[in-house]
Design a protein around this ligand. Structure first.
Ligand code: NDP
Ligand code: BG6
Length: 542
């Protein structure tokens, strides 16, 4: 048996987490320079004064796959930052588990380049690693998990401690590991939570199998499916911008929005990850999860409250209104080397030695989705993602319809509201304003909220920091529920199967370009308008 917190206490913790944003906003409004750790310190104080949250002080964070890349580059560094900033419960211990015969010192050495430790933090870092231990074992072997359990019991507060299991593992071992955790490693008195990384299957069927397996072992409240885009500042801000303002609500619909463009671009290729990537492709890697999650936050109705399930209920409703993507509204691309490019840019996808010869896997995709409901009927949601493009960028762009009854002789350009997720977080609205001076003609300009200038000293936490802290707090708002996942796969599975069967040749695009022009043609065909007249003058010199 496991002790889960009552629902109410979790909802309260969500409100407290929101307080982190409120606090930093307050500090800057009054020009009080609150440092990052002070802001977090306030948050922590609130969390730990909450009686429900204190129900058991001891926590053990178990990293399954502690020897791997994700553990080294993301999970250990995140735990260290949370520990350093005093955000974790006082008695938190960390246990790594993997096949390799490792020591904590070896893990420390492997993680070191990613921990960003300053000289003054050296002692704190040693304290962090003194809370770490490591158990080597075999994922399919029950006795290895019995050993792990012994280690967990031997830690301070062992029998009472709450346990968080992070599966930083290839999906091939999920079955064995989760079964063994369930049967050998669960805390009898504290709560248990399982954090699962994508990929959650390859299509609807395999995802359903994985979900059925997990739900035979754990309750939905115990499962935290990570989509790290849900931990990003601006992705979380979408809900506040939409539901905390009056100005956007009335125009956030098919009457005023011509199209919505959701973009993910990376300026580098597969970089030796070709083996993994070729099996999945850009649609599974980015579009079906990160971009679709952003779409949900743009398109969903206002939830009844900010409780995890109210929010996720609305996301599921939106997904249910989206028909499977049609091949006729998809453009696929694959990058080729640019002979004039520098370094890696000379190499195409097929030049990566880890990519199978002649692969037709897409490294770029644009797809158009429609939400068939009263708010959005007929509005195209254009999802674009790709590797080896001209820049790093993730953004949400709403393009509004033309001004009706234009009196300015066709000089008005469409308004756009852009939420730039990364890099350089910003919200800007492209709009027409009178050309300053003696003129009376409209000119394109913007209302601009650039975080680096408006919130100069605020250091935004990494997505994983927010999400792991959420798991400690028991907030599932920013995690993917099983019915959301099912709907996401329903939308993309027919397309993915068709691509696998027919193997269409992706359109080649040059490394460092904007991708195939056919993608722009598709966007234009469904209603996106690019004028090429907007010029931004950077007042922030970012
Ligand atoms: P643009 O008009 O340049 O681009 C608008 C959209 O059109 C983008 O989605 C872009 O796609 C697309 N596009 C670009 N070229 C073409 C083309 N040839 N055919 C079809 N579509 C095309 O406006 P932006 O909003 O992108 O702003 C321009 C610059 O100003 C950006 O670098 C932006 O970051 C910057 N800016 C920064 C602000 C800030 O930091 N606060 C505020 C305002 C602007 P794609 O993404 O592929 O290029
Ligand atoms: C991951 C994808 O989910 O997201 C990677 O598997 C991609 O291919 C990464 O590079 C991008 O994440 P971020 O946070 O750097 O935008």
């Amino acid at each position: 048996t496991t002790a889960e917190e009552p629902y109410d206490s979790r909802a309260r913790v969500v409100v407290v987490i929101s307080g982190i944003f409120a606090l930093s906003g307050y500090a800057f409004y009054y020009n009080i320079p609150l440092s990052r750790s002070e802001v977090f310190g306030e948050l922590r104080k609130e969390l730990h004064e909450d009686e429900e949250f204190r129900q058991s002080d001891a926590h053990i964070f178990i990293i399954m796959g502690a020897s791997g890349d994700l553990a080294k580059k993301k999970i250990y560094p995140t735990l260290w930052w949370l520990f350093r900033d005093g955000l974790l419960p006082e008695q938190t211990y960390f246990v790594g588990f993997a096949r390799s015969n490792l020591t904590v010192d070896a893990i420390r050495a492997a993680c070191m380049p990613y921990l960003k430790v300053t000289e003054s933090e050296a002692d704190r870092l040693s304290t962090f690693f003194s809370r770490n231990s490591y158990v080597s074992g075999v994922y399919a072997d029950e006795s290895s998990f019995a050993n792990l359990h012994k280690e967990l019991l031997s830690l301070p507060g062992g029998t009472e401690a709450n346990r968080l299991f992070y599966l930083a593992l290839p999906p091939t071992v999920y079955h064995d590991v989760t079964k063994n955790i369930r049967h050998h490693c669960m805390s009898a008195k504290g709560w248990n939570r399982i954090i699962v990384e994508k990929p959650f299957g390859r299509d609807l069927q395999s995802s359903e199998e994985l979900s059925a397996h997990l739900s035979s072992l754990f309750t939905e409240e115990q499962i935290y499916r990570i989509d790290h885009y849900l931990g990003k500042e601006m992705v979380q801000n979408l809900m506040v911008l939409r539901f905390g303002n009056r100005i956007f609500g009335p125009i956030w619909n098919r009457d005023s929005v011509a199209c919505v463009v959701l973009t993910f671009k990376e300026p580098f290729g597969t970089q030796g990850r070709g083996g993994y990537f070729d099996d999945f492709g850009i649609i599974r890697d980015v579009m079906q999860n990160h971009l679709l999650q952003m779409l949900c936050l743009v398109a969903m109705e206002k939830p009844a409250s900010t409780s995890s399930d109210d929010v996720r209920d609305e996301k599921v409703k939106v997904l249910k209104c989206i028909a499977p993507v049609s091949m006729s509204e998809v453009v696929l691309g694959q990058y080729v080397g640019d002979p004039e490019g520098e370094g890696d840019a000379k190499l195409g996808y097929l030049d990566d030695s880890t990519v199978p010869k002649g692969s037709t896997q897409a490294t770029f995709a644009t797809a158009v989705l429609y939400v068939h409901n009263e708010r959005w009927d007929g509005v195209p949601f254009i999802l674009r993602c790709g590797k080896a493009l001209n820049e790093r960028k993730a953004e949400v762009r709403l393009q509004f319809t033309d001004v009706p009854g234009d009196i300015f002789g066709n000089q008005c350009r469409r308004n756009e509201l852009v939420v730039r997720v990364q890099p350089n977080e910003a919200v800007y609205a492209k709009m027409m304003s009178k050309k300053p001076g003696v003129y009376f003609s409209p000119e394109e300009t913007e209302l601009d909220l650039t975080y680096k200038s408006r919130y100069k000293d605020v250091k935004l936490p990494d997505a994983y920091e927010r999400l792991i802290l959420d798991v400690f707090c028991g907030s599932q708002m920013h995690f993917v529920r099983s019915d959301e996942l099912r709907e996401a796969w329903r939308i993309f599975t027919p397309l993915l199967h068709q691509i696998e069967k027919e193997k269409p040749t992706p359109i080649p695009y040059k490394y460092g370009s904007r991708g195939p022009t056919e993608a722009d043609d598709l966007a234009k065909r469904v209603g996106f308008r690019y004028e090429g007249t907007y010029k931004w003058v950077n007042p922030h010199r970012l």
